[in-house]
Design a binder for this molecule. Structure first.
Ligand SMILES: Nc1ncnc2c1ncn2[C@@H]1O[C@H](COP(=O)(O)OP(=O)(O)OP(=O)(O)O)[C@@H](O)[C@H]1O
Length: 293
C-alpha cells in the first residue's frame, strides 16, 4: 500500500442487533503511524466498531478498509487465494482483547514463544517479555499471574508479531499506576517504530497521554474527532486562575487572558503568588459535557 493511504478508512458504518442500531453511520480515518483513541460510555458501540475492523464481526452496511483490505472479505472469503490473503493480513494486525491471559498450564515464556511461531517475522520473545515487564515471570504458569500481569501478557501477545496496526481494547484495566506509565512508554516506543495504534479506553488521562486524536462515540454515532488538546474547543476555553490571599483564603477568577491576570497578580504580590494555579477544562470535563453527563 502507498504511504499516503490511511491505515483505516470507514465510511457510513452501520450495525444493528435485533433491529436496534449499535453503530449508526460512522465515518473515520486513521492515518498510518497515528495513535487513535475511541472514547465513549458503556454500550456506545466502540467494541462493535473495533471488532468489525478486526474482522471478528460482520457489518450491516458501509465501507471499511484496514491496511488496504476489507476485513469482511479477508475473513469471510473462500478459496486458497483468499485464505492466504487473509492470513497475511491477520499477521500484520495485532490485537489485544479485553482479558484473555490464561493458557492452562503453560508458562509465560512458552505462551509467548508459541505465539511467535504464528508470524513470519516475530520479535524476540525474551525481549517482548522484558518490554511488558514480565521477565521475572517468564517461568511462571499463566494461571498464577495477577490480573495486571495477565493484561501485560495479553499485550505481549498482541505485539509479538511486530504488527503494523495494533488494536488495544482497554489495555491498562487492572494496572497499577507504575505499570500504566510503563505501558504508556511502550506505546510511545511502538509508535516511534511506525506502528499505528487504535485504543479504546475509559481513562481520559490515558487518551490524553497517548492519543494524537480521540473520537468520542455515543449511541453509535460519532460526536467529535480531534486532538485531545483541541477537543470541544478546550484550548480556547476560559482558564481558571486561583491563588491564596495574604489573609489565607482562596480566590479564583475565570479569564480568556490568564497571562494578564497572572501578570497583574505578580505585580500585586511583588513576586511569587502563593498557591498559584492556572487550569483549563480537562479532557474529562469536555468529554462529560459532550456525552451529556
Ligand atoms: N452480540 C450482541 N448482541 C446484541 N447486542 C449487542 C451485542 N454486542 C453488543 N450489543 C449491544 O450493542 C451496543 C454497543 O455495544 P458495544 O459492546 O459495542 O459498546 P462499547 O462502547 O464497547 O461498550 P463498553 O464501553 O461497555 O465496552 C450495546 O447496547 C450492546 O448491548
Amino acid at each position: 500500500m502507498g504511504d499516503g493511504e490511511p491505515a483505516i478508512s470507514v465510511r457510513d458504518l452501520r450495525k444493528a442487533y435485533g433491529g436496534t442500531p449499535a453503530v449508526d453511520g460512522i465515518d473515520l480515518t486513521v492515518a498510518r503511524g497515528e495513535v487513535f483513541a475511541l472514547l465513549g460510555p458503556n454500550g456506545a458501540g466502540k467494541t462493535t466498531i473495533v471488532e468489525i475492523l478486526e474482522g471478528f464481526r460482520r457489518r450491516d452496511a458501509g465501507e471499511v478498509t484496514v491496511l488496504g483490505v476489507d476485513p469482511a472479505v479477508a475473513n469471510g472469503g473462500r478459496g486458497a487465494a483468499v485464505g492466504a490473503q487473509a492470513r497475511r493480513w491477520r499477521q500484520r494486525v495485532g490485537i489485544v482483547l479485553q482479558g484473555t491471559g490464561e493458557f492452562d498450564d503453560l508458562t509465560v515464556g512458552e505462551v509467548v514463544g508459541h505465539f511467535a511461531r504464528y508470524y513470519p517475522h516475530p520479535d524476540d520473545p525474551a525481549q517482548v517479555i522484558a518490554r511488558v515487564g514480565l521477565t521475572e515471570k517468564v517461568a511462571a504458569r499463566t494461571h498464577t499471574l495477577s490480573g495486571g500481569q495477565k493484561r501485560r501478557l495479553d499485550v505481549a501477545l498482541g505485539i509479538i508479531g511486530r504488527p503494523e496496526l495494533l488494536f488495544l481494547d482497554e489495555p491498562t484495566t487492572g494496572f497499577d499506576p507504575e505499570a500504566r506509565r510503563e505501558f504508556w512508554a511502550l506505546i510511545r516506543d511502538l509508535q516511534a517504530g511506525g506502528t499505528t495504534i487504535v485504543l479504546t479506553t475509559h481513562y481520559l488521562d490515558e487518551a490524553e497521554a497517548l492519543a494524537d486524536r480521540v473520537a468520542v462515540i455515543a449511541r453509535g454515532r460519532l460526536i467529535a474527532v480531534d486532538s485531545p488538546h483541541r477537543l470541544g474547543d478546550r484550548d480556547s476555553a476560559l482558564a481558571t486562575v486561583s491563588w491564596r490571599t495574604p489573609e489565607g483564603s482562596w480566590e479564583r477568577t475565570q479569564s480568556a487572558t490568564p497571562t494578564a491576570v497572572v501578570a497583574d497578580l505578580a505585580a500585586r504580590f511583588s513576586g511569587e503568588v502563593p498557591g498559584l494555579t492556572v487550569t483549563r477544562p480537562t479532557l474529562e470535563d469536555v468529554y462529560l459535557r459532550m456525552i451529556g453527563a
